[in-house]
Structure formats: structure tokens, C-alpha cells
Design a binder for this molecule. Sequence first.
Ligand code: TYM
Length: 334
Amino acid sequence: AKRIFSGIQPSGGLTLGNYLGALKRFADYQGKGAETIYCVVDLHAITVWQEPEKLRHNTREVAAAFMASGVDPEVSILFNQSQVSQHAELAWLFNTVARVGWMYRMTQFKDKAGKNSENSSLGLLAYPSLMAADILAYHATAVPVGEDQKQHLELTRDIAAKFNHDYGVDFFPITEPMIEGTATRVMSLRDGSKKMSKSDPSDASRINLTDDADAIAQKIRKARTDADPLPGSMEGLKDRPEAKNLVNIYAALTGENGDQVLARFEGQGFGAFKPALAEVAVEALAPITRRMTEFMADPAEIDRILGRGAGQAAAIAGPIVERTKDIMGMIRSR
Ligand code: TYM
């Protein structure tokens, strides 16, 4: 059976980009014949400094966001990464398969490490090896993510292929990325050439899943645009990144494509489009924000759900990691 895996970092503040590029799609894959495994990747988050109390809070908040977006822990496996020791174990085994040069080439490493990369954590460099372990510990074959994770998923394929080749086995599957829909790369509201990100210093550049209706409307009203009216199809937005981004956001929120949205707004300016966008954004996000708050009111219940999910996850990952060690020549005598 097909197995779907995806993860989100609890590094603080989920954005509309996380929601449209990932979260919103996760519930759709449930109960359609594939097993769905969703993970709050706390081990990834600590590759840059996290205040322990905040990490605990953010881990619960991401779990709440999964559930508020429709991930049902009775149907999917939902857990936090550090409770399933097979992730870290398999990542170590993969650290001996992956090459240092592969890691240095990762654009996310270059972005996050910045100029002083010698001083970044060793974990930040090895990050993609842990991500490959997340996926391959379950032999997952399909991974829904936003566009920015594409390079990491290619590296996951490289690690699986090199392991299979080096040990002469056909053990790890070659994973397919699922980068689908009109919002695989939601851009900043202030700069159409940068992706919307929780780490952008400008809060006006993003919509947070915790923003209220007024904040959402205000950020959309102030979003950078041009002065031209909207064309009748997406083709006409080729060289207008900010306008294109807003239309794509609208389309992803209503489940249409960009051309369908533009068919209604052709000839109109942003004076008309922005309030309409704010309305669909608030309508889509307000229930999510409300449900997140409801889940967060009972942290013990979230912890219980994560613990149960971790048990289910370990039951799948355990035998796969044991078999990996066996293939590599390690004695298993208990
Ligand atoms: P993270 O936590 O940065 O983001 C979580 C998900 O949100 C997507 N995303 C976006 N999509 C569209 N537009 C945006 N502006 C935008 N910003 C973020 C991301 O592509 C991602 O799908 N390395 C991963 C977490 C991870 C993972 C995994 C994912 C760890 N192990 C295994 C899949 C499978 C990350 O940092 O995502």
C-alpha cells in the first residue's frame, strides 16, 4: 500500500505558505487507500537555537494546526519526531551514506547558515540526512511539500539509491515528491521575489495562522502590487510577480485555478480585488485559527495524541531500521 509522509518544523509561527503549500492538502490524502503519517519535526527545529519552553509550546501548536486543518489522529498517524528514536538512528546510518558535498550544495543550508557557515550547527548541515530518514524509516513513497523542499527530496532519492547500490539491495524505495496546486510557493506580501517565511523580519510580509481578521485584512490591503488592472488569464501576469502571487493565493483558498479567478476580476484593479481576497482569506482561516485555539486549551490531550501516534510510528519504523542495520552488517542478537 502507498504510504504518505510529511513533516513541519515547530520553529515558531506557521504562515499562510505552510497552510496552502502543505497543511491544507494533508487532510485530503486521508482515507483514500494510502496510509498517512504526519510528523512535528522537533529534531529538525533544534538545528538552529530553540528556547526549550518555546519549543514545547510550538510543538503543540503545530500538532494543533495539523488537527485544525483536518488531520484526524484516528485516521492518520500524528506524532513528534523525537519520540520515535528510529529517526535519529537511521539519520546516523544515512550520514555514512550521504556525502559532505551533497549537503553543502543545499540552498536551504546556504540560506540558513549565511556567511558564517563554519559556526552553524553540525546538525544544520546534516539536516537533509535526517529528513531522508524521516521518510525512508517508513518506506514512504509519496511526500506532499511546498516547492522549497524539492531539493531535499531529490537528496532523499540520492541517499536511497546510493544505499541500495552500495549494499547491493533493493531495500529503500525512490520517493516521489507531491508538489501540487496553485500555492506550492506562496510569496512574501512585501516582495514578490521572496517566499513567504516565518523567519522574515517583517511581520507584514506574511499572514500567520494566528492572525485575526483585522490583521489579515490590513496585511492584504498593504500588500505590494502594481497599478494595472487584472488581465483575463494567468498568462497576462507573467511579469507581475506580486499580482500573480495574490491571485494564486485567492485560487488556492477557494480551490479554483488562477484563470477561473481572473475570469471574474478581469479589468478590475486591486482596489476591488484586495477586499475580495481578504474576505476569502478570513473565511478560510478563521475556523482554523479558532480550532487551533481550542486544541491548545488542552495541552495534555495534545501530548496524549502525540504519544499514541509515536507508538504507532515506532511499530512501523522499528523493523525497517533493524533490517537496515542487518543489511549493513551489524549484529542483531536480541
Ligand atoms: P517547513 O517546516 O519549513 O515547512 C512546512 C511545509 O510548508 C511548506 N512551505 C511553503 N509552501 C508554499 N509556500 C511557502 N511560502 C511555504 N513555506 C513553507 C514547506 O514546503 C513544507 O512542506 N524540511 C521540512 C520539514 C520536514 C519534512 C520532512 C517534510 C522534515 N522532514 C520529511 C517532508 C518530509 C521543512 O523545513 O518544512
